[in-house]
Design a binder for this molecule. Structure first.
Ligand SMILES: [Zn+2]
Length: 274
């Protein structure tokens, strides 16, 4: 029998934004559409699997993000000691997903080989592509690889019973998502394969894209991987914090449990164009 993991989503930063910022081609119903930043951790008998490491307070200041708490220190809120973590999944190497990689002294890092090739490859000469990466993060991951601590995967891989990684390129060339087995079935941590529920539901890609066609195809991969639309968790959508329960009252607004049933209705959108 497959193990069942608890999944915690920890909200570590936020920023104000407008609807037009989040869709290629803008949005006819422009208005506020804030963005939240998360780190995720799956906890089971085999230990804790961290998915993405967020950014630092220094990076938040440099990029004008509202930093709420250190994503790595916040793991303690759900009983996870970063020093004890053996496995960190990096969905991709954008600055908001990889920034605290140096705070897991005993972990190995699971990455698609294609993401490392992309982040160190020819397209980084273009600011439009490179701006989502921080060169010191990329250099740091290269150093970790020289220490033998990066597991570079070529495609789908089960890194532990009940934890499977799937490539979903488009937003970046080597983006992957994590599928985690829980008490309510498989839950897909989509990360930036869809920033918001609305990107995928209306087939309108997020504004940061390497390959638009692949990004749209990634939505189909998410549909295939998730047992229902309510088993797919977007990477930056503030609705997730209202949709799922906090593990305990003092963590409301900080942590939600994604292995629990939703406590709010499915999200709805101003536009449902297909
Ligand atoms: Zn992101």
């Amino acid at each position: 029998m497959l193990p069942e993991y608890e999944i915690h989503a920890i909200r570590y930063a936020t920023r104000e934004a407008q609807r037009r910022d989040h869709f290629i081609g803008g949005d006819p119903h422009d208005g506020p559409m804030p963005m939240d930043y998360f780190t995720w951790v799956a906890v089971g008998r085999a230990g804790a699997f961290v998915v993405d490491t967020g950014f630092t307070a220094e990076m938040a200041a440099a990029r004008n993000r509202t930093f709420l708490r250190c994503p790595v220190d916040s793991l303690a809120l759900v009983g996870v000691d970063a020093r004890a973590v053996r496995d960190v999944v990096l969905t991709h190497m954008h600055y908001d997903h990889v920034g605290n990689f140096h705070k897991f002294p005993n972990a190995r890092y699971h990455l698609q080989a294609r993401e490392m090739a992309y982040a160190t490859g020819k397209y980084m000469r273009y600011p439009r592509i490179a701006r989502s990466y921080h060169v010191e993060d990329v250099a740091g991951m290269v150093r970790l690889n020289f220490q033998g601590r990066v597991e570079m995967h070529d495609g789908e891989v089960e890194i532990a019973p009940g934890i499977v990684l799937h490539p979903t390129p488009g937003h970046s060339d080597g983006l992957q998502v994590a599928r985690v087995h829980t008490r309510r079935g498989w839950v897909v941590l989509a990360s930036d394969a869809t920033h918001y529920y609305e990107n995928m539901a209306t087939n309108r890609p997020y504004s940061t894209a390497f390959h638009v066609g692949q990004m749209l195809d990634a939505y189909r991969v998410l549909e295939r991987l998730a047992p229902s639309p309510r088993h797919m968790i977007p990477g930056h959508d503030p609705y997730v914090m209202r949709e799922y329960p906090a593990p305990r009252t003092e963590l409301e607004g900080i942590v939600v449990r994604l292995d629990a049933e939703p406590i709010a209705p499915a999200p709805t959108f101003p536009t449902q164009a297909k």
